[in-house]
Design a protein around this ligand. Sequence first.
Ligand SMILES: Nc1ncnc2c1ncn2[C@@H]1O[C@H](COP(=O)(O)OP(=O)(O)O)[C@@H](O)[C@H]1O
Ligand SMILES: [Mg+2]
Length: 597
Amino acid sequence: MSIRRLPPHLVNRIAAGEVVERPASALKELVENALDAGARRIAISLSGGGLDRIEVADNGGGMTPPEMALALERHCTSKLPDEQIESVATLGFRGEALPSIASVARLTLESRPAGSDGWRRIVDNGAVVDEGPAALPPGTRVVVEALFARVPARRKFMRSARAEYAACLDAVRRLAMARPDVAFSLDHDGRRALATTAGQGRPDRVAALTDRDLADNAVPIDFVRPIESGVMTLGGVAGLPTFNRGVADHQYLFVNGRPVKDRLLIGAIRGAYAEMLPRDRHAVVALFLDLPASEVDVNVHPAKTEVRFREPAVVRGLIVSGLRRALDDAGHRAVQRPSETALAAWTQEPVDDRPGFAAAVAGSWPESGGYVGAANLVRDRPTFFTAPPAARAEPAWSPPPHTAAHPLGVARGQIAKTYVVAEAEDGLVLVDQHAAHERLVLERMRAALAGGRVASQSLLIPEVVELDEPACDRLESRLAELSDFGLDLERFGARAMLVRATPALLGQTDPRGLVADLADELAAYDQTLSLRERLDHVASTMACHGSVRAGRILSVAEMNALLREMEATPHSGQCNHGRPTWVKLAHADIEKLFGRR
Ligand SMILES: Nc1ncnc2c1ncn2[C@@H]1O[C@H](COP(=O)(O)OP(=O)(O)O)[C@@H](O)[C@H]1O
Ligand SMILES: [Mg+2]
């Protein structure tokens, strides 16, 4: 075996494996180049999800013909003037994108610096095939055609044009969010998909690119923390916990102006919202973290979407406290559902150490009593316990029914508008009303589907739900199957769906939230499966929307009805996401809590 140096075209193709994973990654590199060239206007046009054609035209500084030749060579960059990779201020710096893309597609590069003439250079799968004068306004235009057409191994892994387009749209959206000072436009198959005007403020730009409703359902983030080497700032917008989504795709994260998908940051967001969101729901956020270049290494991933922080704990702390503070300031109660740790604290801690309990006695207990300084026990705990109590108890007492017939007992009240408290013959039962009801709706839906089709209920006035185009495309491709689920939809222009009927057994439901979640759900699974095969996911997404929400006050009759139906329904002990819907504290456990045993 002899060792040899690989020829440049092969080296480029190997690099392309990492840099150009799919059309969206090529597009991202081209737009980044336009931004690095100082463009104020970037016009993008795609065909066939970017697999057939990608065009990016900018009005940036442009290149001279010799610069164009260099730009297409590997490791040639204009962006590390002082060779200090630690302090890189541009989006690009690796000098890999253009040669990599040109090695797996036909790439036409046209450029014209202000005050001189334009030039064109065409590279087809690694070989220069043509060059000569070109007519174009000052700036640069790059066209990428037939991406991977001659790399069948890679082409095979491409998803549908629709899915690739969705990824392209997402990439452009993120870059456009990072740069409100630049005007972006995106056309797909001749249709305008996105257009922004330059000079928008950041919150306006975020709302324009995501969801117009976000503006009313978010709080601004503006948080500064001094650190040794300077300051860290966190800006952007954070969606209210109630404005949550079923997937994490609606989290837009930027580090020093660079869109990233970073696990540490995603984890920090999850941590910040921990007690405010159910485990399977995700916050909608656009967060811009800025910190001194020495605090972050951006050169850890060929596509530059991951970063490494010098002090991860400090960054995490900034995000968690910045988000929490903003959400608290907005005066929104933090809890929808208590976390596992909250539950454990309740059952395992010594009783007088419970913050909620301590807070309640601190004001009234005599100073000389056993709880001197009880207020000190009120520590930084989940808001579930420190929020004002919202308990309701029914005065009339009836004996608990026989456990054998009614293991869940009789309702005695509701706490935090979220949990039903019931007394069974053998102990105390706590039911999560939303989780429990969701399970019941799912079982009903399953039963209805087994009999053919879920009955639908027409809306008096059909509702128009605005979504982005890929989301509408996904829903449109499943209209017939969704109709089996009792949901009657119709396409309504490029970016909206018309909801005509919703599944009857969901009762009054918010069509917008339901349809948006279903679109997310469709994006998350393999196109090749039918909806029926994914019945449980769709049904549980629907069930979630048809369920009694946490926060609704229930009458004793409603609570008892819920308990009885749970007893009669299979699998009702777990919600659709595998968590318990109810817990029981046996009499013996209660005695243990009070030290009687
Ligand atoms: N749209 C553009 N306008 C002006 N110059 C560009 C443009 N695209 C690429 N270039 C030049 O080509 C070089 C190589 O680009 P690329 O392969 O993406 O590597 P990098 O961006 O990491 O430098 C860039 O450093 C830049 O000088
Ligand atoms: Mg680049």
